[in-house]
Write a protein that binds this ligand. Structure first.
Ligand code: NAP
Length: 335
């Protein structure tokens, strides 16, 4: 893994929104302001928007309206997946919006049932047809877990070695059906297991759970050192933990000091950590709220980072038991 990613185009508006260095809670430390990237450059040279609308658990009949609000607000990055079951409604909402396709960044994900190389292209074609588009900007291997065809039973061979699936994804890039390919839910050994092969196309991103409860500082540091951009899923703690996240005293205090909402403080923290962030909402006011990120002064960023990384990590999303795996998908396997 070689290519470094860089943040490009900075939010000029961020600095002006922030309060003076003497704001309460500053404790006399230097209140430096970083700027947040609006996009990140990928190994392909494409620029991916830093904030996306996530559409997992955005139900039928509500996801289209959420898309409309998002596109009107200025979102241009949609994070979806075949398994979310709402790609057709997402596609209709995009068409109805009139936003030109080339202005959008569409991500989808290959489901576990379709890892057999001969199944990859038809799975992708189904997604393309539902989204009513000729190409995806980013296609991810949703999990480092392959199921045997038509089942939810583990395919041990393709799970232990995802390279044949990856080679088919590389072919999809060559055919122009996808612009970038990446991975999701891969821990460090699994990334190394894949990238030990002579890849024609490096993974553009690794989409993983990152939130206050599971901030994964080691994975973040390792990924930065290896030029692999992370995308933060369940950034607010998902529906299970969002209330607890937004009620945290540290988050409330930072939000009050900066005159922003707790969700904006958390979403901004993610971008400031150098990750893409994928908040999901189907509530119009929240969709709008979540788009407005701004740099946290360094002392407040560090305070939030310290609070997030000084408790035992607690994962919000882990399907290992539901899938009846004999191991935890996030354990250090394979070595
Ligand atoms: N690759 C993977 O395996 C994977 C796994 C999980 C998620 N993801 C991606 O990451 C996206 C986000 O993850 P997520 O949906 O688990 O969690 P999330 O974005 O952390 O949280 C979503 C929850 O927060 C609520 N919410 C959103 N904004 C809010 C705000 N400003 N104030 C109060 N509540 C707010 C939403 O409610 P309402 O919708 O009712 O407003 C919803 O209940 C997904 O949609 C998906 O695209 C990927």
């Amino acid at each position: 893994m070689v290519l470094a990613y860089v943040g490009v185009r900075f939010f000029a508006r961020t600095a002006t929104k922030l309060r003076a260095p003497s704001a309460p809670g500053c404790h006399g430390s230097q209140r430096n302001l970083s700027s947040l990237p609006s996009h990140y450059a990928l190994p392909s040279g494409d620029k991916i928007p830093a904030v996306a609308l996530g559409v997992w658990q955005a139900g039928k009949g509500e996801v289209g309206a959420a898309l409309k609000t998002a596109l009107d607000t200025g979102y241009r990055h949609i994070d979806g997946a075949w398994i979310y079951g709402n790609e057709a409604e997402v596609g209709e909402a995009i068409k109805a919006s009139g936003v030109p396709r080339e202005e959008l960044w569409l991500t989808s994900k290959l489901w576990n049932t379709f890892h057999a190389p001969e199944d990859v292209e038809s799975a992708l074609d189904d997604t393309l047809s539902k989204l009513d588009t000729e190409y995806l900007d980013l296609y991810l291997m949703h999990w480092p877990i392959a199921f045997k065809k038509g089942t939810t039973e583990l395919d041990e061979t393709l799970t232990a070695n995802p390279y044949p699936t990856w080679q088919k994804l590389e072919e999809m890039v060559e055919k122009g059906k996808v612009r970038n390919i990446g991975i999701s839910n891969f821990n460090i050994p699994r990334v190394q297991n894949l990238t030990a092969n002579a890849l024609k196309v490096q993974p553009a991103v690794n989409q993983v759970e990152l939130n206050f409860w599971n901030p994964q500082p080691e994975l973040l540091a390792w990924s930065k050192a290896h030029g692999l951009l992370l995308e933060a899923y369940s950034p607010l703690g998902s529906s299970k933990q969002v209330k607890e996240t937004l009620d945290l005293p540290v988050v409330q205090t930072i939000a009050k000091q900066l005159g922003i909402t707790p969700a904006q403080a958390i979403i901004s923290w993610h971008v400031q950590r150098g990750t893409i962030v994928l908040p999901k909402s189907v509530t119009p006011s929240r969709v709008q709220e979540n788009f407005h990120v701004q740099a946290l002064p360094d002392d407040l960023f560090e305070e939030l980072e310290k609070a997030a990384t000084s408790h035992s990590p607690q994962r919000v999303v882990n399907p290992s038991k539901n899938w009846k795996l004999s191991f935890d998908v996030f354990d250090d396997y394979p070595q």
